[in-house]
Structure formats: structure tokens, C-alpha cells
Design a protein around this ligand. Sequence first.
Ligand code: NAD
Ligand code: GLY
Length: 369
Amino acid sequence: MTNQPSSVRVSLGKRSYDILIQEDLIANVAQYLAPLKLSRQVGIISNARLHRLYGTVLVRHLRKHGYEPHVIILPDGEQAKTLRWASKILDELVAQRFERRSVLLALGGGVIGDITGFVASMYLRGIPFIQIATSLVAQVDSSVGGKTGVNHARGKNLIGAFYQPALVLIDTAVLLTLPKREWLAGLAEVIKYGVIADAKFFAYLEQQTHDILTMQPEAVRYLVKRCCEIKASVVRKDERESGLRQILNYGHTVGHALEALGKYRKWIHGEAVAMGMVLEAEISHALGYCSAEIVERQQHLVQRVGLPTGLPSVTTFSQLWSAMLHDKKVVCGAIHCVLPSQIGKVTVQPLERRVVKQWFQKRGRQQAT
Ligand code: NAD
Ligand code: GLY
């Protein structure tokens, strides 16, 4: 292990920040807080499991370095990402008299990161927050880029704000306690980066699948860093998703539809994205944007890491299309979908119902034979 963490800069003018990546970073958080010149008052937002695993050590460490940590525990999982829980955190910050230079630490996966960032954006019109990303999804995606928010009863992530963290800390050693299903779900997002932006990285994932699946530290460090570099470069060019940032939604048009059709219980997000990527590649091929080889390489890699690739047989075309129409990325009733043209290159195209139906029917005939 090197002494200095590797770092990736997210360059956004006054809102720029570093992503620091290293094993056992949580044991040294005070060292990275110091240069930010914040107050000693620190709010740690986490859940019971992560607090037991990492929060207690973090609290002891911060106290030892003169900080005054105050812990706020949320329920585990998506159920915590609500306005009700955001409001409870705000109540606690008011009760504890948090000030403008107080800081919130989000110790957890995407759920904790998203709600903590959202609360930080609102309290006193914005206080600093730091992402301590513990899941693979958080380490390669959600902790970077400043999309924060909570769910509404009618849909995921409907309420939120763009609000960048002051720092992202990624301790890759904590991935060892991540449930396997969550680790694999994160790998779907990792594969996504290869398809949308980096053919060499995709080839690396194909060649090093064994090292990745056995979580070799060097492979994990490399893949987390490469994904952060790609995400940072996209966010730097298009912070508020007015264009380029849409490419990060590859696999999500069909993926979100499948997630919704499974009532958010059957598949976790990354599993749905894995299926979504393979199916969107098939649609891209059907429309003539990419060769069959591009579809096959993705399908093969997704399958090898142990993620689902097919279209669930219970899904009808009307169900799929109508779920796709509910996606946030629909503009004036038209579905705009990210489609691969090569490995490492994508295009965003409107999808016509007629064409997608043809693909769906052809797929059904092929499956039946
Ligand atoms: P999550 O936060 O629910 O974490 C998944 C599970 O793993 C939870 O049970 C959590 O307690 C557990 N966990 C996390 N780290 C662990 C560790 N090191 N050891 C043991 N258990 C651990 O889910 P997620 O997959 O991290 O994130 C999904 C959420 O992120 C969704 O709400 C999604 O909308 C959001 N998201 C946001 C963005 C963004 O840009 N803001 C991007 C992608 C996803
Ligand atoms: N996860 C997609 C984005 O950050 O834009």
C-alpha cells in the first residue's frame, strides 16, 4: 500500500474537490478534514450496520483529533431516502446548533450519500458535506458529481438538488464487508463506464475478470480510480446534465423500466442496469448503430461477472414500453436512449415505438426457437 492516497480532481471552479482513494482511509479522516478549515462540529449520517462496522472507529478517531462528532442513524436501504428522514436530520442539526462551517459526513452507500448531500444543500442554505463512500455503487458513481436527493412516493429521486461535496473519501478496504449481491450490482456500473467512454478499460475488465471477482486490492483500486476519472471528466464538462452527462444513463432506460416492472423488489438497481445495457446494445444493433460483436462482448462480460443479461420472460412489449415512457429522461413524450456505437463510444437517439416493437418481437421469436 502506498502512503499517499491516489487522487482524482473534479474540476468545477469554486466547487472543485478531490476524490481520495486508498485502503484504510477511514482511520485517517482527520488528516483530510484539516485542510478544509471547517469547524470542529461534525455530523456523521449513517445506518446501524455501517456505524457498527466503521462509524464507531471513526467517532473515536475524530474525538482523538479534537473534533466533536454527532451521529445520526437512519434505517438501512431505500426506505431512508425520504423527505421525512431528511426533515428528521434537519431537526437534529437545529437541535445541536450546527453552524455554517459545521460539516456532514455521509458514511454509507448511495442512499446515505444522496440524502446527506440533499440535507447539506438545504440546511442554512448550504453547509459542506463529505462523502465517505462504502458501497461499490457509491465509490464508482453516486458519491461523485453532486446529484443529491430523496424519493417521492410516486418515483425515485424526484426531489433533489445538484450540490457538490467538499471531498470524497473512498476506502476500498470496506468493500470486503459489502454483500456479494451489492458488489456485483456495482460492477454493472463499472462495465457501463467501459462501454460509454473507454475501450481499453473494457478490455481490462474482460482480461482481469478473475482478479476483479476475487477482489484483488490492486484491481479494485484501479477500477474504482478509473471509473472516478471518467465520471469526473463527464461532470466537469456537463455538471447539470444538459447534454454529455446523459451518457452516464446508459442501460438505465430499459434498466429503470425493468426495475419498476419488478416493483423495485425483484432486482436491485445494478442488476436491472446490467440487463438494460445488454438490451439497449441489442436495440442499437437492430437500429444499425453497432455491430453484433459489440452486443456479444457486453453480454459475455456481464454474464461472466454473474449479472443477469436477458429480458424477463414475463415482460410484454406494452408493459416494457409504458414503463420506459415513465422514465425521467423522456422529453416531450420521446424516449431518448443512450446506444453504443462501439465499445467506448455511445450516441443518444430518440426511440420509435414501432422499431423497438420490431426488435422485441424478433427477440421473442429467436428465444422461442
Ligand atoms: P445502499 O446505499 O442502499 O447500499 C446497499 C447496501 O449495502 C445497504 O444495505 C448498505 O447498508 C450496505 N453497505 C454499503 N456499504 C457497505 C459496506 N462497506 N459493508 C457492508 N454493507 C454495506 O445502495 P447503493 O447501491 O450504495 O446506492 C443506491 C442508491 O444510490 C440509490 O438510492 C440510487 O438512487 C442512488 N444513486 C445515486 C447516484 C447519484 O449520482 N447521486 C448514482 C447512482 C445511484
Ligand atoms: N449516476 C448518473 C449521474 O450521476 O449523472
